[in-house]
Design a protein around this ligand. Structure first.
Ligand SMILES: Cc1cc2nc3c(=O)[nH]c(=O)nc-3n(C[C@H](O)[C@H](O)[C@H](O)COP(=O)(O)OP(=O)(O)OC[C@H]3O[C@@H](n4cnc5c(N)ncnc54)[C@H](O)[C@@H]3O)c2cc1C
Length: 428
């Protein structure tokens, strides 16, 4: 393994691993490598909506993030409009959020990953490297031993798991508690497709495409979303439905009959028929159960920690998962940049890593858990499943008011300081 300094392995090269690598690779004294199990660094799936906190965090990691997002074809969301999609009031506008300088963006996941990887020296990126096991404290000087599926073994000063919801690093970090805090079905399944802008406009209705925005439809037992990406050329269409009895398999084939049956109460409304028509027109159609981490007792174990979906996988109802991953990168980047900030300090930087990871856990876990819990209850509201609110537009408006505030209003400078103070306290 090339490089001198504190040797750090990031396991997983998705949006989290790539963002974190950007936060760490230019920090003096760190030698960072990213290991991805797939044959190439790639993203599946459709778009990701990045709200203001996500954009702010990304800017901290990559100051030229506006240009990066433009290269990825990100489209300003301008606003997010939610209407009723089923029932006697179908079509009623319930809430409109965002707009102006506060607007987030929608971006194709694969294009975003491509641009996040672009600034990283290729010598740091290792594809086809699947981690199979970890061990620490058995080897010299607190190193962490990493075994890969190809039989190779490497030693690092620290390992950061960005290996997604079914993370192996998470299992290591949680040890005997891992099974108790394993990911589990959240209560919905969804399908997402990409269609051309012109086709979406013709099928759904041009009144919804006057400018790029996120259009959401809330209704009985489900939710439909369409938004614009790829510089305005593509529309993402998603149908999410309540799942009372999750099947064992997360992924299952999807048919037109299944969608028509699930959206039976929506078919007279303004969106369901068009959405089903656009979705079933796609090849290789699948539905996916939404899973989440309902609880996680820690993100850190010695010199190993977890970030992104490995630590805090959430449902997509507040569009907040990637933003939390970017915030992870900011906080961990700040802590790792400050391992050797005090010239009078005689403790070796490498011996402070465990405290940095503990501080990361202390400041990040409560916020991420709040996002997970809030997102789940937002999903219940959105699908008319809250018994006190139902699909009453006024009650929905009241329930949605201020719901995103705690996510958007984070003061990153204060938050970074809080993390640093925590690390100093742990080292004192
Ligand atoms: C349907 C859906 C919609 C979403 N919409 C939004 C949204 O609008 N806005 C938002 O902010 N967030 C959204 N999210 C959340 C966001 O997409 C995720 O939080 C984010 O993509 C997580 O990235 P990650 O890199 O942590 O995990 P992943 O994308 O899962 O990446 C993990 C990587 O690790 C690799 N890996 C796994 N195991 C190993 C191993 N043993 N060794 C080496 N590599 C390994 C995998 O191959 C993969 O490349 C959504 C999520 C879902 C499911």
């Amino acid at each position: 393994m090339a490089g001198t300094g504190i040797r750090i392995a990031i396991i997983g090269g998705g949006l989290t691993g790539a963002t974190l690598a950007n936060a760490l690779f230019h920090v003096p004294g760190l030698a960072v490598h990213v290991y991805e199990s797939a044959p190439t660094f790639s993203e599946r799936g459709a778009s990701v909506a990045l709200s203001t906190n996500a954009l702010q965090a990304l800017k901290q990691v990559i100051p030229a993030s506006t240009e990066l997002l433009a290269r990825a074809g990100a489209v300003p969301m301008n606003s997010s409009r939610a209407r009723l999609g089923s029932g006697p009031l179908a079509g009623t506008l319930v809430v409109e959020m965002g707009g102006g300088v506060e607007s987030g963006v929608g971006v194709h996941r694969a294009a975003l990953l491509r641009e996040l990887l672009a600034p990283l020296p290729p010598s740091l990126l290792h594809a086809n490297k699947k981690l199979t096991s970890l061990a620490q404290n058995k080897v010299g000087d607190g190193e962490v031993e990493v075994r890969f599926e190809d039989g190779t073994v490497e030693r690092f000063d620290a390992v950061i798991g960005a290996d997604g919801i079914f993370s192996s690093v998470r299992n290591y970090v949680l040890g005997d508690d891992a099974a108790r805090h394993a990911p589990s079905p959240a209560g919905w399944w969804d399908c997402r497709v990409l269609v051309s802008f012109e086709k979406a406009k013709a099928t759904i209705g041009e009144q919804y495409f006057d400018m790029p925005r996120q259009n959401a439809w809330m209704g009985d037992g489900g939710f439909i979303l369409h938004d614009v990406l790829d510089g305005g050329k593509t529309v993402q269409l998603a149908i999410c439905l309540v799942e009372k009895e999750p099947p064992k398999e997360r992924k299952r084939p999807l048919t037109s009959e299944m969608l028509n049956e699930a959206l039976r109460g929506w078919l007279d409304g303004p969106i369901a028929k068009a959405a089903i028509e656009l979705i079933v027109d796609q090849p290789n159609l699948h539905g996916y159960s939404e899973w989440e981490h309902k609880s996680t007792p820690t993100y850190a174990n010695g010199r190993v920690c977890i970030v992104g979906d490995a630590a805090h996988a959430t449902t997509p109802w507040q569009g907040a998962g990637a933003g939390q991953a970017f915030e992870d990168a900011v906080i961990l980047g700040h802590l790792m940049s400050n391992l050797s900030s005090d010239p009078n300090d005689t403790t070796r930087p490498v011996d402070k890593i465990a405290a940095a990871f503990q501080a990361f856990d202390a400041v990040r876990r409560p916020r991420c858990q709040r996002v997970i819990d809030s997102s789940r209850s937002t999903g219940l509201l959105t699908c008319g499943q809250d018994p006190d609110v139902g699909l009453d537009p006024d009650k929905l408006r009241a329930a949605f008011a201020g719901r995103w505030n705690f996510i958007f209003s984070l003061d990153l400078e204060e938050y970074k300081q809080e993390a640093l103070d925590m690390m100093k306290q742990l080292l004192a």
